[in-house]
Design a protein around this ligand. Structure first.
Ligand code: SAM
Ligand code: DTB
Ligand code: SF4
Length: 334
């Protein structure tokens, strides 16, 4: 066989093997085995899968903007935007369209390719505010950025309207494993969340769905969360892994800080079980060193939230992240 033919044949075999790694039939025991692999072996395996499916030099930068802040009716015990807790967040009404456009342009100029607009709502209502959000989606899409929203629960019809406006992705997290969920939120169910994810998928919008660690959950709850995500009929295209940002006034304010080792285990397990997903190193980066974040990229994270704020809490600023990406040789020439 000629060298070219041999190369082609081995490439096609590799891609067959790759597809076999994308499975929705993971058992809980299998996910548990992956999760409990000795840490350096786990990272090595995740790094290998990462390189089979992605360019490891590419890290997506997604900028968040809180377009409607605080005064939320829900009781999510991690969230500084719930009206039930006395937190440092000052409620703000829906932003105007020009201000959102300006924020998206600044993010694009700083290297972000995706822009995610978040609202402190339980659910979307069919009102003027939703019409305004649809206009924001159209305006950000016109800047040739990927557009994402996170607005709470959605009906199938609302998802279709967002798709028609040009929405690429919708973020709606499961937050934790099903068994632990009612310790964290009582005002909507796990099934409500799964229904929204189904509605998003049915409208042809890509799914961004992950969770938070450090809320007092057990390792089995973390394994359950990954198992649920990895056994959805289609894996989410992005999986945010958040470390709890404990905020004064919330019921979880005194939780101990999540260690880098816990973060790495979660990221690597997500990478191995959902090989094609963008695994996003999300909340909690502000407390992590560059060396710690580098290990997260090695373990398969290939996206970050950029901009000096997440929704309401601190995040590294654009310059700090640019320095980190340059130092690590990521996104060069992008
Ligand atoms: N209100 C909408 C909802 O709940 O879907 C959208 C915004 S909500 C703030 C988006 C996600 O941010 C939550 O599902 C949660 O996973 C994450 N989040 C909120 N507060 C957090 C915190 N203190 N630490 C880490 N993640 C947090
Ligand atoms: C996600 O999983 N994490 C982001 C985004 N999706 C919307 C939000 C993190 C919020 C952290 C707390 C705050 O800044 O209010
Ligand atoms: Fe409201 Fe979303 Fe915060 Fe829950 S996570 S309190 S729904 S803003």
């Amino acid at each position: 066989m000629s060298t070219t033919l041999a190369m082609k044949s081995s490439q096609s075999q590799a891609s067959i093997a790759d597809e076999n790694l994308v499975r929705s039939n993971w058992t809980t025991e299998e996910v548990k085995d992956v999760f409990h692999t000795p840490l350096l072996d786990l990272i090595y395996r995740a790094a290998t899968v990462h390189r089979q499916f992605h360019d490891p030099k590419n890290v997506q930068q997604c900028t968040l903007l809180s377009i409607k802040t605080g005064a939320c009716s829900e009781d999510c015990s991690y969230c500084p935007q719930s009206a039930r807790y006395d937190t440092p967040v000052t409620p703000e009404p829906l932003m105007n369209i020009e201000a959102v456009k300006m924020a998206a342009k600044i993010a694009k100029d700083a290297g972000s390719t995706r822009f995610c607009m978040g609202a402190a709502w339980r659910e979307v209502k069919d009102n003027e505010a939703f019409e305004q959000v649809l206009t924001m989606v159209r305006e950000v899409a016109a800047l040739k950025m990927e557009v994402c929203c996170t607005l709470g629960m959605l009906t199938p019809e609302q998802a279709v309207k967002l798709k028609e406006a040009g929405l690429d992705a919708y973020n709606h997290n499961l937050d934790t494993g099903e068994q632990y969920y009612d310790q964290i939120i009582t005002t909507r169910t796990y099934q409500d969340r799964l229904n929204t994810i189904k509605n998003v998928r049915a409208a042809g919008i890509t799914v961004c769905c992950g969770g938070i660690i450090g809320m007092g959950e057990s390792e089995n709850d973390r394994i359950d969360l990954i198992h649920t995500l990895a056994t959805l009929p289609e894996h989410p295209e992005s999986v945010p892994v958040n470390a709890l940002v404990p905020v004064e006034g919330t019921p979880l304010a005194d939780q101990p800080v999540v260690s880098i080792w816990e973060m790495l285990r979660m990221i690597a397990t997500a990478r191995i079980t959902m090989p094609k997903a963008r695994v996003r190193l999300s909340a909690g980066r502000v407390r992590m060193s560059v060396a710690e974040q580098a290990m997260c990229f090695l373990a398969g994270a290939n996206s970050i939230f950029t901009g000096e704020k997440l929704l309401t809490t601190a995040n590294p600023d654009f310059d700090e992240d640019k320095n980190m990406l340059d130092l690590l040789g990521l996104n060069q020439g992008a």
